[in-house]
Design a binder for this molecule. Structure first.
Ligand SMILES: *Cc1c(COP(=O)(O)O)cnc(C)c1O
Length: 351
C-alpha cells in the first residue's frame, strides 16, 4: 500500500472542505515585538500570560526538531497525547461507518476515544507473549479500517513489540498505523520517528508525561508526514497549548542532562524491583519491562491489591484485562518508595 498511498483517500469528507479558524495570533506573530497588538482583545497590562499563546508553538517545535532530527512541519503538539489521538480520529474516522483496530491488553484511551467519536473498535488480542498477531490483524481489517494502534512499549504489559512485526503491519495495513511511544525513553529500542520518511502511513506519538516528568502540564507530541500534520493543524483548536505549558516544556527540553539522569535512575530502580519481586513467594511471572512500570502475576490480584492499599500503597489492578488475570501493575517510584513497596509485599508473605 505504501507505493500508491494517498492520504486524501483516508480523509473524512467534511475535513476535506473544512476551512480552519484563523486566529489573530496566526496572522501576526508576537515575535515582531515592536508591533502594537490591538487585534485580539487581550488585556494590555503585562503579567506574563496576558497575551494569547503562540498557536503554532514555533519555539517549542524548533527545539523538538533539533532534539529528534525531525523537521518542525512534521510535528504537532496536543493537550496531552489524548488530544493528539482525538484529532487523528476526527480527521480520518467517519462516525458510524469507519473502524479502528486495537490490540488488548493495551492503553484504554484508544477505545474510549473511538466510542466518543462513534467509531467501531475491532479488537485482536495480543498473543501469549504479548506480541501482535500480524496475520489475524491484517485479516480482520477491511476497507473501513482507518487506524491501527500499536502501543510499543505497551501499557500495561511493558514490552516493546518485535520490530519485524511492526514493519509488516505498517507495510500491509491499508490505513494509518499509530505507534504510541509514551514509554520509548525507558527502552533501548529505537523510536519509529526515524522511519517516517519511509512510511507515509505512519504516525508516531510521544508525550512529556512520563520520562520527561511533566504529566501536569499536558503535552503530547505527534510526528508524521508534513501532509498528515498539515491536516491535523487545520482541525486543532487554535490555542490548544497554553503559554505556561509551552514555557515549562521548553525549560525541560533545554535540560536534557537532568532528564537522562532521571531516566537512568528509574531504569536502575526498575531492574532492582524486578529482581526483588521475583523473590516474593506469592508473585509468579514478572514480565520483562521496557517502561517505567512492571507487570507481575500474583496469586490473587484483588486480595493483594486491597492489602497493599491498607499499607498505604496504591498500585494498578489489571486482573480484568485480557491476558492479565491476577496481574498487578507497579509504577517505578523513587528508591524510598520502591523499598516501601517491597517491604510491604514481604510483610504480606508472613515473614
Ligand atoms: C501515559 C500514557 C500516555 C500519555 O498520555 P498523555 O495524555 O500525554 O498524558 C499515552 N499513551 C500511553 C500508552 C500511556 O500509557
Amino acid at each position: 500500500m505504501t507505493k500508491n498511498f494517498n492520504i486524501q483517500n483516508l480523509l473524512r469528507d467534511n475535513i476535506k472542505s473544512l476551512k480552519s479558524y484563523s486566529s489573530a495570533r496566526d496572522e501576526f506573530q508576537a515575535a515582531s515585538s515592536d508591533l502594537v497588538f490591538l487585534d485580539a482583545n487581550e488585556n494590555p497590562f503585562e503579567n506574563g500570560v496576558n497575551r494569547y499563546p503562540d498557536p503554532q508553538q514555533i519555539k517549542l517545535k524548533q527545539r523538538l526538531s533539533q532534539l529528534k532530527g525531525i523537521p518542525s512541519n512534521q510535528i504537532l503538539l496536543g493537550n496531552g497525547s489524548d488530544e493528539v489521538l482525538d484529532l487523528i480520529f476526527r480527521a480520518f474516522c467517519e462516525p458510524n461507518r469507519d473502524n479502528v483496530l486495537t490490540l488488548p491488553p493495551t492503553y484504554g484511551m484508544y477505545s474510549v476515544l473511538a466510542n466518543l467519536n462513534a467509531i467501531e473498535v475491532i479488537e485482536i488480542a495480543l498473543d501469549t507473549h504479548f506480541e501482535p498477531k500480524v496475520e489475524a490483524i491484517l485479516k480482520a481489517s477491511n476497507s473501513h479500517s482507518k487506524l491501527l494502534f500499536l502501543c510499543s512499549p505497551n501499557n500495561p504489559t511493558a514490552n516493546s513489540f518485535k520490530s519485524a512485526s511492526i514493519e509488516k503491519l505498517i507495510k500491509n495495513f491499508n490505513g494509518l498505523v499509530v505507534i504510541d511511544e509514551a514509554y520509548i525513553d525507558f527502552s533501548k529500542v529505537e523510536s519509529w520517528v526515524s522511519r517516517l520518511a519511509v512510511f507515509p502511513n505512519l504516525i508516531v506519538t510521544q508525550t512529556l508525561s512520563k520520562a520527561y516528568g511533566l504529566a501536569g502540564i499536558r503535552l503530547g507530541i505527534c510526528y508524521a508526514s508534513a501532509e498528515i500534520i498539515a491536516i491535523l493543524n487545520r482541525i486543532k483548536p487554535p490555542y490548544n497549548i497554553n503559554e505556561l505549558t509551552q514555557q515549562k516544556a521548553l525549560e525541560r527540553l533545554n535540560d536534557p542532562a537532568q532528564v537522562s539522569e532521571e531516566i537512568q535512575k528509574l531504569v536502575q530502580q526498575r531492574e532492582w524491583l524486578i529482581s526483588e519481586l521475583k523473590q516474593i513467594a506469592f508473585v509468579g511471572t514478572v514480565y520483562p519491562s521496557d517502561a517505567n512500570f512492571i507487570l507481575a502475576k500474583v496469586d490473587d490480584a484483588n486480595k493483594r491489591y486491597s492489602e497493599l492499599i491498607k499499607q498505604g500503597i496504591v498500585v494498578r489492578n489489571r486482573t480484568n484485562q485480557v491476558g492479565c488475570e491476577n496481574c498487578l501493575r507497579f509504577t517505578v517510584g523513587t528508591q524510598m518508595e520502591n523499598i516501601k513497596l517491597i517491604k510491604a509485599l514481604q510483610d504480606l508473605t508472613g515473614f
